[in-house]
Design a protein around this ligand. Structure first.
Ligand code: GSH
Length: 244
């Protein structure tokens, strides 16, 4: 992996040093991370929606930790290497940046103040659901057997369930806010799919039928389908399902 990290760093340096302005402008961005991560997928779906080409480096935060640390000081994904130089990390920061450079017609944040407020609220619950699902997964997939804290796990379960109930009550049409896709749909759909894939016991379609139908419909859209959840990327890098 040191070789891959060097290759990524080298590619960035090369771009800084010798690329002509035209070459830099046509070079693709590089998205780092796996498609079992809801945070990585959020960025990929946004890039697809904007029509911005990108390459991907499928690095694992566990198996390729050194390489990930070499591009992000926190050793986390996603990271986005920009052809113009520099790397961005954290899905929210990356999307905030991309919203500033995307064609106006494709932006995912409404201008209207009230719609924007609603989008940000859904986005916060979607990202929070993904974070709690991730934390719950870590308890069982990454900790040594017997070292889990049952009280903490119980709290995570309540937070996940409470977020699902909140969302189920608010899924009223094809898109969560307004008549088109927004950042709300990115965050909520990838989080719901992540939960359904990683902790299926916690997402019962019978209890959350509107949320399940909504996220499946979103996942069928080209921007999502081109960055579909990848169980094989998760399994290839050492994730294993929680014992029921
Ligand atoms: N707030 C971050 C969360 C990203 C995150 O937690 N990614 C996980 C992978 S799904 C990660 O990098 N975990 C490694 C770690 O936290 O050390 C974002 O939105 O990008």
């Amino acid at each position: 992996m040191a070789t891959l990290a060097a290759a990524i760093a080298g590619a960035v340096l090369l771009r800084h040093a010798c690329a002509t302005r035209a070459a830099v402008e046509t070079a693709a961005m590089i998205l780092i991370g796996q498609y079992d991560s809801p945070f990585v997928r959020r960025v990929a779906v946004a890039l697809n929606h904007y029509g911005m080409p990108f390459e991907r480096r499928v690095l694992s935060v566990f198996q390729d930790f050194g390489a990930v640390l070499s591009v992000n000081p926190l050793g986390k994904v996603p990271a986005l290497v920009l052809p113009t130089g520099g790397t961005l990390f954290d899905s929210r920061a990356i999307i905030e940046y991309l919203e500033g450079v995307a064609p106006r017609t494709h932006r995912l944040t409404p201008d209207d103040v009230e719609l924007r407020r609603d989008v940000l609220r859904f986005e916060a619950v979607g990202i929070g659901l993904a974070e709690k699902t991730y934390e719950r997964g870590i308890e069982f997939a990454r900790r040594s057997p017997g070292t889990q804290d049952p009280q903490w796990v119980k709290r995570l379960d309540r937070q996940i369930d409470s977020a699902l109930v909140w969302l189920e009550d608010r899924v009223l049409s094809d898109w969560l806010v307004g008549a088109a896709m927004t950042r709300a749909d990115l965050a909520v759909t990838v989080a719901a799919t992540y939960l359904a894939e990683k902790l299926p016991r916690h997402f019962d379609p019978q209890r959350f039928p509107r949320l399940d139908a909504y996220r499946r419909k979103c996942e069928a859209q080209p921007a999502f389908a081109s960055a579909a959840y990848s169980a094989s990327e998760a399994l290839a890098t050492g994730w294993w399902p929680e014992a029921e």
